[in-house]
Every structure is written in structure tokens, then in C-alpha cells.
Design a protein. Structure first.
Length: 562
């Protein structure tokens, strides 16, 4: 029989599918909660084990510091005694033993783990000793606190040189001293582990230790079980032979963690039980709730379908209105651009008239002079040729003017690199006659620039709009000694163009409103109010630059970054 999941999907009710889905989510959340509870309990157990090991390490380190300090002071006191240092220097065994015997008796009675008190000469040779005879092959100058004798005994040493460095006094203590310290201070059994072999006192051997020793150390991790109790293993490294890298001495502790593990298991079981109870309650509530909810949903399904159809119609209508508004906006934009072009063309016709006025006057004078000389029969061939050349020069100048203006208005939608200073000079040449006719001086200062990648004709149109506004402001305000300053400089990776005049500034609030369409401070008969609007659009949208304006002390100042 083939398994068809689509058939199950069709034949299963919405209620059943929903309940299964919710219970599935509940099951996943339950697993997360169980894991969270388990992690919290596990973290608590690990923290207790960490604190346990931290406590043992602290006891051990404090014991090391305290015992070294204690026997160092006793060694210094002994060496400072009358005649000890002299006897050590002279290697006088008799005096060393007699003068040190009393102190040795006191110290050995105080600490049963003190094995010997030995004197060495400056060549590290044993002179004499009190107590157990130390091994002769012990390197007393070794930096380690612990040493291993030729008999594999583990000894703790405290070595103090004499004041003149002519000999040494060394105390040797059995390492079991530290086990007794840990047992006394923390009531914890501990054992010496030497090259993976346990060394312990016979009267302290117990079932836990025997179980540990019977384990295979190669597979042993950090826990083991003995007599239905679970133990965690902790070790403190005492000594490691750095030269041969084979003799390794550690203290091993067994921490009973049975209670913690039982608490961990209880926490998990309790969580599972609570989740089971909650799941049962949730199943009952879901069954009842979905009976009511699904009936209502099925009842409103038809209403929702009709609502969706109505919503689809409304969306189509809204989309239609949006497209219509966008087309209207584009049409307004097109009209603005057309009006801007017409205004610019009118401005250009006036500039052409200014540019042609002088050459036409000059051409008229040439014709009048030619006619006068011809009537008086004084026109010589060479003079006629000279007058014709002069006339042709004026006509050529007028033709070049027309070409310049035609190129200015030629649409160019291909980006190219151009120099802003050269473009501004070209624009000024087109309106130079108009500016001269109104006695307007232009000061162009050039420091440095960055070549611009954009539309040069549109940039020239912006410069022309700003200069034309300044010219109109001069005429309207009847400014004395009108002056336009143009500064070109380099600002990081941009060209900065500042165009400032002394026409008295822009009387409009807020000032940025000057860039809005149909916003103008001029008379309606002399301005369309779209020149600066189109200029800002060109600089910021077409050329990714910025155009701003501010009023200075004497007039307005436009700043372009490209």
C-alpha cells in the first residue's frame, strides 16, 4: 500500500491538524524547558565541584606558603645562633650537631612529618644532619619545592643559605604533611598519586580508594562509582620532572557527588511530570476551544472571501489612482522643464541681442563708409578689400556667437568629465555683453578643482540661472558697483563653487523656499519662479551633488559641491 501524504491532508479536519500542530510546538518547547532545567541543575553541580576544587587548591597553596615561611624563619633563627655559621663554614660536624640539637628536638616534636635537618657546604656536599639521613644525590639547589629521591621518596624541602653563602641549611618534610593539613582543615581524604600509582597510609585505605585503584586509568575520565555512590575526581599537580618529563606527582581527592546527581535526575523528572500535566490540560482546552473557534472560522470563511474580492477591487482602484497621480506629477515636471527652457531661451535671445549689438553697429559703419567713399569716387580697390575683410570679421563673430548659443542648448545625455572652471568661463563668454551693458563686474578666482563626471550643458544652465538671478537683482535693487565673485576650490574629493554677489541678499523666509517651484522674489512679469528649482534638481538628482544658498553681509551666496 502506497503512503499518500496528500490524501491524509485532504481527509484530516482543520481541527485535528491544528491540534497536532500546537501539540508539536508544545512538545518542542517542552524539550527546551527540560534542557533548560537540566542545564541549570548541571551548572549548579559543576559550580559546586569548581568551588570544591578551588577550596582544596587554596588550602594547599596556603599550606605551601605557611610551611615555607615557618621553616625559613626557623632556619634563619638557627643560622643566627651563636657559632652555627662559623661551624658551617669550617664544616665542624660536632658543633653543628650540638648547637642545633635542641632546636631540632623542638621542631621534630611539633611536626611528626619533619624528616631531617641537614647542613651542606658551598659545593652542595652533605656535612651532617639531624633525623633521617637525606639521599646524597639530592640536588638541593633545584628550584622546585618537591624532589624525588633515588628511592622514589617524595620530599618537600625548605632551603636557606647562610649569610656569607658558605653553606646551606635544609629542612626535609614528608609530603604526607600536606595530606594531613587538607584533612585537618577541610576534613577531606586525599592521596598522593605518583606516576599514576596511588601512595597512601594503610590505616586510611578505604573501599572508595580501592575501587579507584582497580579502574583502568586509560579509560578513566573524571567520575567513577563505588558502593552505589558517585565520586568526582580532583587532582593538584605537586611536581613534574622537567628534564626527564617522566616523574609526575599529584594529590588526588574524591568528592561525593551522589546527592547532586540525584538532584539533577529529580529536577528532570519533576519537569517532565509538570509538562505532562500541562500538556494534558492544554489538550483538553484546545479540543474545546477549537470546537468553538473552528465553527466560527468556517462560518466567516464565505464573508472573508467576499471581503477579499472587494479588497482586490479597492487595491486596483488605489493603484490606478496612484499611477494617475504619478503621471500628473510627471506631466507637471515636464511642463516645468518646458517653461524653464522657454525662459532660458528668452534670456538667451536677450543675450544674443546684446552680443550682436556692437558687431551690427560696426557692420553698419563699414557699409556707410563704403557707400560714402564710393559716391565720392574715393574708394580704392585695396580700401574696398580692407572694408570687406572687416565686414567679414564682424559677420564671422556673429556666426560664432550663434554657434556658441546653439551648442549651449544642445541636449547632451552622455556623462563626461569636464572642468568646472572652463565651463564657467564658457558660460560667462555668452553673457559678457549683457553683463557689461549693466556695468556688472565678474571676479573669477580659481585655487584648485576636481574634474566633474556629469552633464556639462546642464551644469552651464545652472551657472547661467544663478548669474541671471544676480543680474536681475542688481537691476531691481539699482545696486551701485555691482559685483559677482566666483570662487572655485577643492574640498576633499569634490569641487566647491561659490557664487556670491552684493545685491543685498534674498528677502524670503525660510531661505530654502527659493528652490521651490513658482517661488520668486521678482515681479511676476520678469520671472517664472522655476529657474532655481530646476537648478537644484540638476545638481542633486542628475549630478549627485548639493546646492545651497545663504545670505551674507552684502548679498546672497550660492554654494555647489560636485
Amino acid at each position: 500500500m502506497n503512503f499518500d501524504i496528500n490524501l491524509i491532508h485532504v481527509n484530516t479536519s482543520t481541527k485535528t491538524k491544528t491540534i497536532v500542530l500546537v501539540l508539536g510546538v508544545f512538545f518542542i518547547l517542552s524539550l527546551f524547558i527540560i534542557y533548560s532545567q537540566y542545564s541549570t541543575a548541571k551548572e549548579f553541580i559543576n559550580e559546586s565541584q569548581y568551588e570544591y576544587e578551588k577550596k582544596l587548591n587554596s588550602i594547599y597553596k596556603e599550606s605551601i606558603i605557611r610551611i615555607k615561611k615557618f621553616y625559613t624563619n626557623r632556619a634563619l633563627a638557627n643560622l643566627d645562633s651563636f657559632g652555627i655559621e662559623k661551624a658551617l663554614e669550617e664544616k665542624n660536624v660536632k658543633d653543628l650537631l650540638e648547637l642545633s640539637k635542641k632546636r631540632w628536638n623542638i621542631l621534630s616534636s611539633e611536626n611528626i612529618y619533619l624528616e631531617s635537618m641537614a647542613f651542606y657546604n658551598e659545593d652542595k656536599e652533605l656535612i651532617t644532619y639531624l633525623g633521617k639521613k637525606p639521599a646524597l644525590n639530592i640536588d638541593i639547589l633545584n628550584n622546585s619545592n618537591f624532589i624525588i629521591t633515588e628511592n622514589s621518596d617524595i620530599i618537600f624541602k625548605v632551603m636557606v643559605p647562610s649569610s656569607d653563602k658558605k653553606g646551606y641549611l635544609v629542612f626535609y618534610l614528608n609530603t604526607f604533611f600536606f595530606l594531613s593539613e587538607i584533612y585537618y582543615l577541610a576534613n577531606i581524604e586525599s592521596y598522593i598519586l605518583f606516576n599514576e600509582k596511588i601512595i597512601y597510609f594503610e590505616n586510611r585505605a578505604n573501599a572508595t580508594l580501592k575501587k579507584y585503584m582497580s579502574l583502568n586509568k586509560k579509560i578513566l575520565k573524571d567520575k567513577f562509582e563505588s558502593n552505589k555512590r558517585l565520586y568526582s575526581i580532583h587532582k593538584i599537580l605537586l611536581f613534574k620532572d622537567g628534564t626527564q618529563n617522566k616523574n609526575k606527582v599529584e594529590i588526588v581527592f574524591f568528592q561525593d557527588i551522589t546527592l547532586g546527581e540525584e538532584r539533577l535526575s529529580f529536577t528532570v523528572l519533576k519537569t517532565i511530570f509538570l509538562i505532562f500535566v500541562l500538556g494534558t490540560i492544554a489538550l483538553v482546552v484546545l479540543n474545546y476551544g477549537f470546537n468553538v473557534l473552528i465553527v466560527r472560522l468556517e462560518k466567516s470563511q464565505k464573508e472573508l472571501y467576499l471581503l477579499n474580492k472587494d479588497l482586490e477591487k479597492r487595491v486596483k482602484h488605489e493603484v490606478f489612482l496612484k499611477i494617475k497621480k504619478e503621471n500628473e506629477a510627471k506631466e507637471k515636471e515636464r511642463i516645468l522643464i518646458h517653461q524653464s527652457k522657454l525662459a532660458s531661451m528668452g534670456e538667451m535671445i536677450g543675450n544674443i541681442a546684446h552680443q550682436w549689438r556692437q558687431p551690427l553697429t560696426q557692420l553698419s559703419s563699414i557699409l556707410v563708409l563704403t557707400e560714402l567713399k564710393y559716391e565720392r569716387q574715393k574708394l580704392k580697390p585695396n580700401e574696398l578689400r580692407d572694408l570687406i575683410n572687416q565686414a567679414e570679421g564682424q559677420i564671422l563673430f556673429m556666426s560664432k556667437t550663434i554657434d556658441d548659443f546653439r551648442n549651449f542648448f544642445k541636449p547632451n545625455k552622455e556623462k563626461k568629465q569636464f572642468s568646472p572652471s572652463e565651463s564657467i568661463k564658457s558660460t560667462l563668454s555668452l553673457i559678457s555683453s549683457s553683463l557689461e551693458n549693466h556695468n556688472i563686474n565678474v571676479n573669477l578666482e580659481f585655487e584648485d578643482e576636481v574634474l566633474i563626471n556629469g552633464y556639462e550643458s546642464e551644469f552651464s544652465q545652472v551657472i547661467l540661472n544663478i548669474l541671471s538671478n544676480s543680474k536681475d537683482a542688481f537691476i531691481e535693487n539699482k545696486t551701485q558697483a555691482p559685483l559677482i565673485n566666483i570662487y572655485i576650490s577643492k574640498s576633499q574629493n569634490s569641487s566647491k563653487i561659490e557664487i556670491c554677489d552684493n545685491a543685498g541678499g534674498i528677502k524670503l523666509t525660510p531661505l530654502e523656499k527659493v528652490f521651490e517651484p513658482y517661488s520668486s522674489t521678482k515681479h511676476a512679469s520678469s520671472s517664472t519662479g522655476i529657474g532655481l528649482y530646476m537648478s537644484k534638481n540638476i545638481i542633486e538628482k542628475s549630478m549627485n551633488g548639493s546646492l545651497s544658498v545663504s545670505n551674507k553681509k552684502k548679498g546672497a551666496c550660492f554654494i555647489i559641491f560636485l
